[in-house]
Design a protein around this ligand. Structure first.
Ligand code: ARG
Length: 587
């Protein structure tokens, strides 16, 4: 690991142990970026307080800082150590060390990012749209963010199970199947059939269900046969699932999302596990009958009046619930998939649902303390009017139309930029598709996933600022330097030197890639990687503006700068790829 922040944290801890005794080895070294040096350790102040409390004599933080510095062994990477103010330890890294580490990252297939020391099996559950319904922007965001989390964790060396928890079961299938029979089963198998317009299909079924009592009766009877496993009913159900999967797959392929049919474990997958799950909760005395329904009451969850909140396990009509399926899912993931961690990338509206389901699973002993279950909350996507994104007519925005508009607007923005006029129509179409899709994806990824964000085409498609197109353009600009110089980026191997402050800052940023990925993976927060990639692009821009590359003053400097360009290009493209944002070859 060449991240100086982590390295120095370990060194400061070693110094604490050497200076004050082994029981201080675990104290927080409080390493922060500093205005006055590269990094600063603020360990002395809290430590002085702790020493005072434990030893009973007054401690001067500056003296404590001096004591730490006296035991600090950092000569290999730090050029200057200075104590300032009430006891801050300022650390300036050695230029030669920075250059050598950047060189090492460049020569490494993994760009200096170590693979996880303790690889975990992690299930990342994301996308999870509902059958016979069009995906909407909410699903778009969980799909994009979840895919980035899965890619990042896999790159870090974890064993990632992608899991698409399709909503493919439940009472709506009664009316959907009856409607399917009305419009004609055979027609449904064709892609151009009325069934392929899922929203219209769902709404038509719903309208009949609400307005036609005979239809509603048929629908209810159909639910009963579906749940009883009637073969013919299951065949109809499967047709609806297949049409939906085809549609979801077209969206995934267009977005460059890595989910395939093999990753689908929909709600129906757990059908046979529901009854045993419920039985075990009853046997353990966790599930009790309340108002005719079978419920669990996890401690600590109460309603407005202080009344205990139930997780409904079985409804009074005998049907199972969304929560029942989630409990069965947890058991499957623990017992069969043997996961160490579960990441649920789902809208924040379901936060309470997951807290309560996890609590019940812990009560039942299905989810041990050694297993992490986390709801990676996804905030709402708002329109520019500040309300949940809707079409002008007030309906939900269809994903395919949204992406078409993004690409079309990206085309208009791209045509305004200066670019090689010799590009043919196919090249332009490829660039514009990548810019449009990349812009939408990056906009989703660059803000903290749990905060709301405003879907604003003009902002996301801009070539300036923290946007997908800006970053794609940064990568393409580096490629064009190599093209103009007639140099293959793979042959730009340095050696790297960091004479100019902009070279030094860029090289130092390159060393932070591993730490950014590590944090993004640990917290399941891709925006940490997005922010890193943006900072890198900005450091590169500053370097590019003050350090001529092809026209460098001498050959050694040219070689060093080309190597910095090559390392930046690979880090940028790898980072964007882990976010799932494509980079065009040329723009
Ligand atoms: N299908 C659900 C929806 O569209 C999301 C599923 C979330 N995952 C889960 N394990 N409950 O809202």
């Amino acid at each position: 690991m060449s991240d100086p922040q982590l390295l120095l944290a370990a060194r400061v801890q070693a110094a604490l142990a050497a200076a004050f005794g082994p029981e201080y080895a675990g104290a927080d070294p409080v390493i922060r970026p500093s205005q006055f040096a590269d990094l600063q350790s603020n360990a002395a102040l809290p430590l002085a307080k702790r020493l005072q409390a434990e030893r009973g004599e007054k401690q001067n933080p500056r003296a404590v800082a001096q004591e730490i510095v006296d035991h600090l062994d950092v000569a290999d990477l730090v050029a200057n150590v200075e104590i300032s103010g009430p006891g801050f330890i300022n650390l300036t890294l050695d230029d030669a060390w920075i250059a050598a580490e950047a060189q090492r990252a460049l020569a490494d297939d993994r760009l200096g990012v170590p693979a996880a020391e303790h690889p975990q099996r992690v299930v990342v559950e994301y996308s999870s749209p509902n059958v016979a319904k069009e995906m909407h922007v909410g699903h778009l965001r969980t799909t994009i963010v979840g895919d980035a989390i899965a890619r990042i964790l896999a790159f870090l060396g974890h064993d990632v199970i992608r899991d698409n928890h399709l909503g493919d079961w439940g009472t709506p299938f009664g009316m959907l199947i009856e409607h399917l029979l009305d419009v004609g089963v055979e027609a449904a198998a064709r892609d151009d059939s009325s069934v392929s317009d899922l929203t219209a299909f769902y709404q038509a079924a719903r309208a009949k269900f609400d307005g036609d009592p005979a239809f509603a009766d048929r629908a209810r009877a159909r639910v009963v046969s579906l749940q009883a496993g009637d073969a013919e009913t299951l065949r109809y159900w499967q047709i609806l699932v297949d049409v939906s999967k085809r549609y979801f797959n077209t969206v995934y392929r267009r977005l460059g999302v890595t989910l395939t049919d093999d990753d689908i474990k929909g709600e129906s997958f757990y059908n046979d596990a529901l009854a045993p799950t419920v039985r075990e909760l009853e046997d353990k005395g966790i599930a009790v009958v309340s108002d005719g329904a079978l419920c669990a009451f996890p401690p600590g969850f109460t309603g407005r009046e202080g009344d205990p909140l139930p997780v409904i396990i079985r409804k009074s009509d005998g049907g199972y619930n969304y929560s029942t399926t989630d409990l069965a899912t947890i058991r499957y993931r623990v017992d069969t998939e043997r996961v160490d961690r579960m990441v649920y990338v789902v809208g924040s509206a379901q936060a309470l649902h997951f807290q309560m389901v996890f609590a019940v699973a812990r009560m039942a002993g299905w989810l041990g303390d050694d297993i992490r279950a986390e709801h990676a909350q996804i905030g709402n996507v708002l329109g520019t009017d500040g309300k949940i994104l809707r079409t002008r007519a007030g309906g939900t925005v269809k994903l395919a139309e949204l992406l078409d508009e993004a690409v079309q607007r990206a085309g208009a923005a791209y045509d305004e930029t200066e670019h090689d006029p010799s590009f043919d129509a196919a090249t332009r179409a490829d660039i514009v598709e990548k810019v449009g899709i990349g812009a939408v994806k990056y906009a989703d990824l660059s803000v903290a996933r749990d905060s709301e964000y405003t879907f604003d085409f003009d902002r996301m498609i801009s070539f300036k600022g923290n946007t997908g197109p800006y970053l794609q353009y940064a990568a393409v600009r580096i490629r064009s330097i190599f093209r103009r110089g007639g140099v293959d980026p793979d042959s730009a191997t340095g050696p790297i030197a960091v004479g100019h402050p902009a070279e030094r800052a860029l090289a130092l940023r390159l060393l932070g890639f591993g730490a950014a990925l590590e944090q993004a993976g640990e917290k399941a927060e891709p925006h940490r990687l997005a922010n890193y990639v943006f900072d890198l692009a900005q450091d590169y821009t500053a370097f590019f503006e003050s350090c001529p590359v092809l026209k460098a003053p001498d050959d050694a400097t040219r070689r060093s700068r080309l190597a910095l360009c090559a390392a930046t290009l690979r880090t940028l493209v790898t980072g964007l790829n882990l976010l799932g944002v494509p980079t065009p070859e040329r723009m």
